[in-house]
Design a protein around this ligand. Structure first.
Ligand SMILES: [Zn+2]
Length: 293
């Protein structure tokens, strides 16, 4: 019998951006459904965070990538490799937007020397035959044509919508539906009606968030501030915008994650919630690494 408790989400890394710093790890999540682990995004550190959450790499059956910015896929290849090093015998599925096929193929080529040695020396199966990459293009638009089923398996349905994260054309959000629970992960996006449609009525929406005043403090420390600020405003969601998104989608619980800036201790949890709360009256969870939801 399917129980609500059979579906849980663990936030593995909650800091937005490719910089590695103290505190929050880079973006990654895992949804565990009836004991099967589905990883969504593979920022640097995802393997270590999985292990700290009690999940060995070789227990991962499926990986979904929201988009190919490095903070979401830098450790995709190494996670697949580590699953293999840990005894992977069953195929592992990788779903994601172009050019994820080329990215995985290039990684396997980069590791060919080691893989060939271990096949001959340790009797391992060929990793290249165990990785099944499903590169796909999600539909655009807000109507019912705007989302599509990625796959269905054992009572779980995963669907996708294309969100707005310029200049990346292929930026996706994913929705997990089980008989007991629905969880949506926004990936990176600015305010997007497509995401609101995908998240309609969900129990849990995990959404990226940006704190404007904190952002300006962050930018005062970097040399490419002007172009970086424009990218961030055009392609991410502020706390106030996020309140509108959650309210319009009618979600029960909103989980803030992918914090930008993600390493400014002067921004308290209350400050992260404040702008969101102006527009959303549901439950707000300020995400932390290794938090289970
Ligand atoms: Zn991004």
């Amino acid at each position: 019998m399917f129980q609500v408790s059979d579906t849980r989400l663990i936030l593995l890394g909650t800091k937005g951006g490719p910089r590695v710093s103290k505190g929050r790890a880079n973006p990654a999540n895992v949804v565990v459904v009836n004991g099967r682990s589905y990883v969504v995004d593979c920022g640097y550190g995802v393997t270590r965070q999985l292990v700290d959450a009690g999940i060995e790499a070789h227990e991962v059956c499926t990986i979904l990538i929201t988009h190919n910015h490095s903070d979401h896929m830098l450790e995709l290849g190494p996670l697949v490799y580590t699953a293999w090093a840990g005894g992977l015998r069953e195929p592992i599925d990788v779903w994601g937007p172009p050019p994820v096929g080329k990215i995985v193929a290039s990684f396997l080529d980069y590791m060919a020397y080691d893989i060939d040695i271990r096949i001959a020396d340790e009797g391992r199966p060929d990793l290249r035959k165990l990785v099944r990459v499903h590169e796909f293009e999600a539909p655009s638009g807000v109507s019912s044509a705007g989302s599509a089923t990625v796959f269905e398996r054992d009572g779980l349905k995963v669907s996708v919508a294309r969100v707005r994260h310029p200049p990346i054309a292929h930026a996706y959000a994913y929705r997990f539906d089980t008989p007991g629970r629905s969880i949506v992960l926004s990936g990176d996006t600015t305010y997007a009606p497509e995401l609101i449609a995908l998240a309609r009525g969900a129990d849990v929406l995990v959404h990226e968030v940006m704190h404007l005043e904190g952002l300006d403090r962050l930018l005062s420390r970097v040399p490419n501030a002007t172009s970086l600020r424009k990218h961030l405003i055009d392609s991410h969601t502020t706390t106030e915008q996020l309140g509108h998104v959650a309210a319009e989608a009618g979600v029960r619980t909103l989980v803030l994650s992918h914090f930008v800036p993600g390493d400014d201790p002067s921004i308290t949890d209350a400050m992260w919630s404040e702008g969101v709360r102006r527009n959303f009256s549901g439950e707000i969870v300020v995400g932390r690494d290794l938090m289970t939801i």
